[in-house]
Write a protein that binds this ligand. Structure first.
Ligand code: PLP
Length: 394
């Protein structure tokens, strides 16, 4: 059975070019980049080349790039650094749809006396700029707003929000884990102070991330240890992965057009085809302000997990908008924040494509999905022929 992988917001295939670039740095060129000898020196040079490649993809200066272990560490670092560097400020602004790497870090801050504002989103998953402007005050230490949502692909106007934050003297951070490599980013022309990215979302390995810190931003290290990364992140550098990430960033820059033209075309074909062939299917979120690669679709009156299992039987890997917590299937916090009705949130599926996907794969999904939904609706207590029976959320 052929694997059709359309779960690229969960993780991506490591590009063969990335593997090739990394491989000498395991057992041939294994020196420590901090060592004084030539053997460490050549590794140091390669790490700095990777830093330049990462910086180039996002319009940053190499000195503004700090390597971390993952996107989660980068998000945690940004927020904790802003709080530590501005102890007099006791307010944090974020959104209701952040990834747990931000959401679960800021929630306990309330117990430590911080005021935490989680901005709401509307039915299309969008933020109100009036609301953004209203909540940020002189007491705000950090505003952390994701660039692209991992479930819906919705893009937030982070450059505009950064301007508002700057005007009030707050640090602005964006979790750009899902955005980097998919949309053009030029930090040189923005007021963004900090940005997080993660290797495994752009065809580098899992376990490597970056935090960008704009020159001049007050910064306090989160992982304390040796003098690595100019004293901004302790721990011997994960050399092969850093080198792999550098290569992946170079490839991503070359693939940006493919992503925004061909892959976007495939996503649209898939989405429009499913909406046309399957009644009571709805796209979650605004269809314009979105990543080119992501589609979240709710198939009303069926359970997302059942759809996923049936797709999996056909070799198709996607994901759902529910999280199985303590045995009960809870719709995701993102869909709940958007006010997606219970009957739709439960049947939501996320398709996330990459440059490796093909038109044949999309055609195959379009062929197998309608009978899967039909079969599941036939056994759904809430589905009555082509007209759904009313169902209220519990
Ligand atoms: N932020 C977003 C938006 C993500 O989608 C993810 C991963 O799914 C993360 C942060 C965490 O990244 P990592 O898996 O590298 O820790």
């Amino acid at each position: 059975m052929k694997t059709i992988y359309v779960d690229n917001n969960a993780t991506t295939r490591v590009a063969p070019e990335v593997v090739e670039e990394m491989s000498p740095y395991f057992s041939e060129l294994y020196g420590n980049p901090s060592s004084m000898h030539f053997f460490g020196g050549q590794v140091h040079t390669k790490v700095e080349e990777a830093r330049e490649r990462v910086a180039s993809l996002i319009g940053a200066r190499p000195q503004e790039i700090i390597f971390t272990s993952c996107g989660t560490e980068s998000d945690n670092t940004a927020i904790m650094s802003a709080l530590e560097s501005n102890p007099e400020k006791r307010h944090v602004v974020t959104t209701r749809v952040e990834h747990p790497a931000v959401k679960n870090l800021v929630a306990p801050l309330k117990r430590e006396g911080y005021r935490v504002t989680e901005l709401p989103v509307d039915r299309d998953g969008l933020l109100s700029m009036d609301e953004v402007s209203r909540v940020i005050t002189e007491d705000t230490a950090i505003v952390s707003v994701m660039w692209a949502n991992n479930e819906t692909g919705i893009l937030f106007p982070v450059e505009e929000i950064a301007n508002v934050a700057k005007g009030r003297g707050a640090i602005f951070h964006t979790d750009a884990v899902q955005a980097v490599g998919k949309i053009p980013i030029n930090l040189a022309e923005s007021q963004i102070d900090m940005l997080s990215l993660s290797g495994h979302k752009l065809h580098a390995p899992k376990g490597i991330g970056v935090i960008y810190v704009r020159r001049g931003t007050r910064f306090s290290p989160y992982i304390v240890g040796g003098h690595q990364e100019e004293g901004r992140r302790g721990g011997t550098e994960n050399v092969p992965y850093i080198i792999g990430l550098g290569k992946a960033c170079e490839l991503a820059a070359n693939h940006l057009e493919d992503m925004n033209v061909r892959v976007k075309g495939l996503r649209d074909k898939l989405e429009n085809g499913l909406l046309e062939k399957i009644p009571n299917s709805i796209v979650n979120g605004d269809r314009d302000q979105r990543l080119p690669s992501t589609s979240s679709i709710s198939f009303e009156y069926v359970e997302g997990e059942s759809i996923l299992l049936k797709l999996s039987d056909k070799g198709i890997c996607a994901s759902s908008g529910s999280a199985c917590t303590s045995g009960s299937l809870e719709p995701s916090h993102v869909l709940r924040a958007m006010g997606v009705p219970f009957t739709a949130a439960h049947g939501s599926i996320r398709f996330s494509l990459s440059s490796y996907n093909t038109e044949e794969e999309v055609d195959f999904i379009l062929k197998v999905m309608p009978p899967i939904i039909e079969e599941l609706r036939a056994i759904s207590p809430f589905w009555d022929g082509s007209v759904a029976r009313s169902c209220t959320a519990s």
